[in-house]
Design a protein around this ligand. Structure first.
Ligand code: GLN
Length: 509
C-alpha cells in the first residue's frame, strides 16, 4: 500500500496532519525527526510531510531531519516549522519578522503552483508562527502571500519540494484539506486505498494467522477500543477467545446488561460475567481518599481478573485495545515517548502471557469507531463516552455506599436520556452527574428538606487535553434538573459545573 511519512518535530498538530491524510484515504505513519533514514525510505513511501514544531530553526540543538530526505527525488511538503526547516536546510534564510501571525489571515494563492491549481486564489489560512522564511533557497518561488508574509508558501516544483507557512490541517484554513489532497493525489500520486471498512477482512485474516489455535483472553470493559479489538479477535478465532467482564458495581445504570446483550447475545462471544459488586463495595467501605479508592479498585480488578483466568486454565495470549496515539514515538522528549496502554482498572502486569495481541495499534480513535461500525457494533457502543476505569467511584466524593451509587446511576441515566433526546450526544465530549457529598436545605411539597446535591458535568473537547463546559441550552438543563429532583430519591438540588480544563479536570476525583 502507498504510504506517506509524517515527520514529527514536536508540534501540536502532528497527529491531526496524519488523521487528515488518512481521511483522504491514504495510509500514513508518524515517525520521530531523528529516525534513521532506512526507516523512512521503503519503496511504498510516496512522499513526506515535515510537520510543525515549537522551536525556532535558528536555535542550537533543535530537531532537524536528515537533509538527505530532501534529496530522495520524492515529494516533500513542509508545514510551518517543517517549511522553515526546508528553507534553512537548502540554504534559505529564516528570521523573526516584526510581526508574527496568529489566527486566521487572508491569503492569496498562486494558481500556477500544483498545490493550489484550480482553487479559489483568495482565501483564509490559519497561521501560528513567530519566525518566517525571509529568503528562499535557490530555485524556489513564492506560491502564496498574506499581508504580513510574502512567502506564505514556496515551491520548487522540478524537485517536488513544497512548503507552507500556514496550517492546512486545521479547519480554520478554508481550503486546507483540498491542498493536502492535491499534495497526496496530484503530487505524490497516492491512490485512495486506506478505507477502514475494507480493512476488517485483512485484519481478521492476519489475526487468525498470528494466533493460530492458541487461546486468547480479553478484559472487556465495554469501552470502544477493547470492544472493537475483542470483536475482531472473535471473528478471527471464535470461541478460542474468552472475554472477562468484571462488574465492579460502579458502572452506569444498565451498562453491564447492555454489554452482555451486545457481545454475548448478539455477537455470540464467549463472555464470562463476574458479578463482583459486593466484593468491591466491602473493600471500599469507609474509604474516602480518592487515590486510595482508585488503588483499591485497580488492585481488586486485577485479582478478580486473575482468578477468573485461572479458572479457565489461563489462556496464554491477551488482547488489548491499544490504539495508535498510545504508541507513537515522538523523539522530541515528551514525558512519555512510548506510553503503554492501560486497560480498565490497570493491567494484570504480573500475569504470564506469552503474547499480547493489539489489533488496533495502527488506528486513530475515529478509525476505531469506523471499524466498529463496519463490524456491526451498535452505535451506542461505538460512540460510548470515555469512561474511567474506576467508574462512578470517582464521581461520588467521599465514601462509596449503595445509597450513593443509586443516586449517581439514576441521575446519570436521566442526564443521558435528555442529552440524547436533545440530539446533543455527539456535540458533547463527556457528560455525567456527580454526587459531591453535600446536603442543603430545600422545600418540597411544602415541607422542609435537607438532602443531597447533584452536580452536572458536561464538557466539549476534541482530545480531552483541554475542555470547556458545554453550553447546554437552559431549557434542557431545566428539564434535566426537574426530572432528577422529581425522579431520584434524596436529591433536592441540582447545579451545573461551569469550569473549563485547565484549571479544572473533567472528573471530580
Ligand atoms: N516555532 C516556529 C515559529 O514560531 C514554528 C511554529 C509552528 O510550527 N507552528 O515560527
Amino acid at each position: 500500500m502507498n504510504k506517506i511519512i509524517v515527520v514529527d518535530f514536536g508540534g501540536q498538530y502532528t497527529q491531526l496532519i496524519a488523521r487528515r491524510v488518512r481521511e483522504a484515504h491514504v495510509y500514513c505513519e508518524i515517525v520521530p525527526f531523528d529516525a534513521a533514514m532506512d526507516r523512512l525510505t521503503s519503496e511504498d513511501v510516496r512522499g513526506y510531510i515535515l510537520a510543525g514544531g515549537p522551536n525556532s530553526v535558528n536555535d542550537p540543538g533543535v530537531p532537524m531531519c536528515d537533509p538527505a530526505l530532501l534529496d530522495l527525488g520524492k515529494p516533500v511538503l513542509g508545514i510551518c516549522y517543517g517549511a522553515q526547516l526546508m528553507a534553512k536546510l537548502l540554504g534559505g534564510i529564516v528570521d523573526k519578522p516584526e510581526t508574527g501571525e496568529y489566527g486566521g489571515v487572508d491569503v492569496v494563492y498562486d494558481e500556477r503552483c500544483a498545490l493550489f491549481a484550480g482553487l479559489n486564489p483568495n482565501s483564509t489560512v490559519w497561521m501560528s508562527h513567530n519566525d518566517a522564511i525571509v529568503k528562499m533557497p535557490q530555485g524556489f518561488v513564492s506560491a502564496a502571500h498574506t499581508p504580513h508574509c510574502p512567502i506564505a508558501a514556496m515551491a520548487r516544483e522540478d524537485q517536488q519540494l513544497y512548503a507552507l507557512q500556514f496550517h492546512p490541517e486545521v479547519q480554520h484554513t478554508k481550503l486546507g484539506f483540498d491542498i493536502l489532497k492535491k499534495f497526496l493525489y496530484d503530487i505524490c500520486h497516492c491512490a485512495e486505498e486506506w478505507i477502514i471498512g475494507d480493512l476488517a477482512g485483512g485484519m481478521i485474516a492476519s489475526l487468525k494467522a498470528e494466533i493460530g489455535d492458541r487461546r486468547v483472553l480479553s478484559a472487556l470493559s465495554g469501552g470502544v477500543d477493547s470492544a472493537v479489538a475483542s470483536v475482531l479477535v472473535h471473528k478471527a478465532i471464535g470461541d478460542n477467545l474468552t472475554c472477562i467482564f468484571v462488574d465492579h458495581g460502579m458502572l452506569r445504570k444498565n451498562e453491564a446488561e447492555r454489554v452482555l446483550q451486545v457481545y454475548r447475545d448478539e455477537f455470540g462471544m464467549n463472555l464470562i460475567f463476574v458479578d463482583a459488586k459486593e466484593r468491591f463495595l466491602s473493600k471500599l467501605k469507609g474509604v474516602t481518599d480518592p487515590e486510595e479508592k482508585r488503588k483499591i479498585i485497580g488492585t481488586e480488578f486485577i485479582r478478580v481478573f486473575e482468578e477468573e483466568a485461572a479458572k479457565i486454565g489461563s489462556p496464554e495470549i491477551l488482547v488489548q485495545g491499544t490504539i495508535y496515539p498510545d504508541v507513537i514515538e515522538s523523539g522530541v522528549g515528551h514525558a512519555n515517548t512510548i506510553k503503554s496502554h492501560h486497560n480498565v482498572g490497570g493491567l494484570p502486569e504480573n500475569m504470564a502471557f506469552t503474547k499480547i495481541v493489539e489489533p488496533l495499534r495502527g488506528l486513530f480513535k475515529d478509525e476505531v469507531r469506523a471499524l466498529g461500525v463496519a463490524l456491526g457494533i451498535p452505535a451506542s457502543q461505538v460512540w460510548r463516552q470515555p469512561f474511567p476505569g474506576p467508574g462512578l467511584a470517582v464521581r461520588i466524593l467521599g465514601e462509596i455506599t449503595p445509597y450513593k451509587l443509586k443516586i449517581v446511576q439514576d441521575s446519570d441515566a436521566i442526564l443521558r436520556e435528555e442529552i440524547a433526546a436533545a440530539g446533543l450526544e455527539r456535540d458533547i465530549w463527556q457528560y455525567f452527574t456527580v454526587l459531591p457529598n453535600v446536603r442543603s436545605v430545600g422545600v418540597m411539597g411544602d415541607g422542609r428538606t435537607y438532602d443531597e446535591l447533584v452536580a452536572i458535568r458536561a464538557v466539549t473537547s476534541s482530545d480531552a487535553m483541554t475542555v470547556d463546559f458545554a453550553r447546554i441550552p437552559y431549557e434542557i438543563l431545566a428539564k434535566i434538573s426537574s426530572r432528577i429532583i422529581a425522579e431520584v430519591d434524596h436529591v433536592n438540588r441540582v447545579v451545573y459545573d461551569v469550569t473549563s480544563k485547565p484549571p479544572g479536570t473533567i472528573e471530580w476525583e
